[in-house]
Design a protein around this ligand. Structure first.
Ligand SMILES: [Zn+2]
Length: 472
């Protein structure tokens, strides 16, 4: 008995005299907020090997110490809807607190090459859906001219539909995170096509992320709910703000009712009342005959490259060249505020490719605009509610298909160290429609899988902590 006790006593003595553990990084003295658990407390965060190692209410040592007193420490933001997937986009998003940028709406043409291009180079975690519109182009005409191809206007033949199903299944097999649809850009889609592609998605436990058809009369939502119900697929309605416009409240009610019926449907919004898209797309095919397009209305379109407002002549010219525009206000800022605050919505940016240094301001400032304008200035929702919409809600939406997402969107020991440190009193977006290319203010530090990517408000050149978010 004595011999058994001695080593234990010796061990205890050794532990007491050994130097305290030194973590790779310590984030010191911040208000740690974790919407997944409700934790809201001043703590020190120890990070080791890319993961959160400890949340401590006592002093801990770190090889690198980042000060966070007076600031909030939260999970890095997870953006389900980011088209821009370039180094310039990732850099802008890091300044806005985003640590995971997913292109799930329109998606990409080829999953393996898209991931290969980013491997080991991205400062944020990255992932994409397989694109229904691009795959549809390929099934019809053997190539992908993008969202403006004429083929997108007509229903598919049975032969083409089979080709499309095969292509989508093959790309899901390559690990696509979801299936991305832009029904507004592919008006030829039928209910039968939706049902069949949703069925493929359901077979891979992939969520269908959908930009609905225009119309604003619930038929566009009902065709998607019908496909979800018939196939058992999960459905995510993208940018409910721009897809429902003035009817947003009605759409939210319909989504809530569908959830009560057992359909797995979720939604997201971005905090602006003007959209951005490609001028050459099918959305504007009727611009010369549709009475909506008065001279005054056309003058509300902004050409992103220069910030100039368009007129009848330049609108026609730009349609021929092709490029990105800001669309006129389609609904009130009260509608935006209602959507941002509603418990059902997640926050997603719909960020556009930064082209010649410019893109819709949502590309730069979506998350800081929520935190600065809607939480602090408007008090439309609490800080914890806002963080929930940016972290655990989107993480859980993807985790069914990509289990590694269960380690993201949380501040808990064992979770990935995707962390943001910001000042809730100063965080704000800076970009405007005329001068959009301005980084958000108020973020001190951003970690991506334990890699310091923003330090004291400055982007760390060559940071490449991002990993592939991929289902395989
Ligand atoms: Zn869209």
């Amino acid at each position: 008995m004595r011999t058994a006790l001695l080593p234990l006593a010796l061990l205890a003595l050794l532990a007491a005299s050994a130097p305290a553990q030194t973590y790779d990084i310590v984030i010191r003295g911040g208000r740690v907020m974790d919407p997944a658990t409700g934790l809201d407390k001043v703590l020190n965060v120890g990070v080791d090997g890319g993961e959160i190692a400890v949340l401590a209410d006592y002093d801990i040592e770190g090889r690198t110490v980042l000060e966070a007193s007076g600031r909030v420490v939260a999970p890095g933001f997870i953006d389900l809807h980011e088209h821009g997937q370039s180094p310039a986009n990732y850099r802008a998003q890091i300044h806005d607190g985003v640590t995971t940028a997913l292109e799930l709406e329109i998606g990409v043409e080829d999953i393996p090459s898209w991931y290969a291009e980013r491997e080991g180079k991205a400062p944020v975690n990255y992932g994409a859906s397989i694109s229904h519109p691009y795959s549809r182009n390929i099934a019809e005409i053997g190539k992908n001219p993008g969202l403006e191809g004429e083929a997108l206007m007509r229903p598919l033949t049975e032969d083409e539909l089979v080709k499309l199903e095969r292509r989508i299944a093959m790309q899901l097999g390559e690990g696509a995170v979801a299936v991305g649809f832009g029904i507004a850009y592919t008006p030829g889609v039928t209910q039968q096509e939706l049902n069949r592609i949703f069925t493929k998605a359901a077979g891979y436990n992939a969520v269908c992320h959908v930009h609905m058809r225009g119309g604003y009369n619930l038929e566009n939502l009902n065709e998607l709910l019908a496909a979800a119900e018939a196939s058992g697929a999960s459905l995510h309605i993208v940018h409910i703000n721009s897809s429902a416009k003035k009817e947003a409240a009605k759409y939210l009610e319909a989504i809530e009712a569908a959830r009560k019926r057992g359909i797995d449907v979720t939604t997201e919004c971005y905090p602006y009342n003007q959209g951005s898209t490609l001028i050459q797309s099918h959305l504007f095919d009727d611009w010369e005959t549709n009475p909506l397009y008065t001279d005054k209305y056309i003058n509300e379109f902004i050409w992103v490259e220069t910030g100039e407002r368009l007129n009848r002549k330049t609108f026609a010219e730009k349609r021929k060249i092709g490029g990105t525009i800001i669309t006129p206000p389609g609904y009130s800022m009260e509608t935006v505020e209602m959507l941002v605050a509603h418990p059902l919505t997640m926050i997603a940016s719909d960020g556009m490719w930064i082209d010649q240094g410019r893109a819709h301001p949502r590309t730069y400032g979506t998350y800081s605009r929520i935190l600065g304008h809607y939480v602090r200035e408007r008090k439309a929702l609490t800080l914890m509610e806002a963080l929930k919409k940016m972290t655990i809600m989107p993480a859980e939406r993807v985790a069914g298909r990509v289990p590694s997402m269960r380690k993201k969107g949380r501040v808990e020991p064992g979770m990935d160290a995707d962390l943001v440190v910001f000042d809730p009193n100063t965080v704000i977006d800076k970009g405007t429609y005329q001068d959009p290319a301005q980084y958000s203010a108020g973020f001190s530090h951003v970690l991506v899988n334990g890699v310091i990517t923003l330090r004291d408000g400055k982007f760390v050149e060559d940071a490449a902590g991002g990993i592939a978010i991929r289902a395989r």
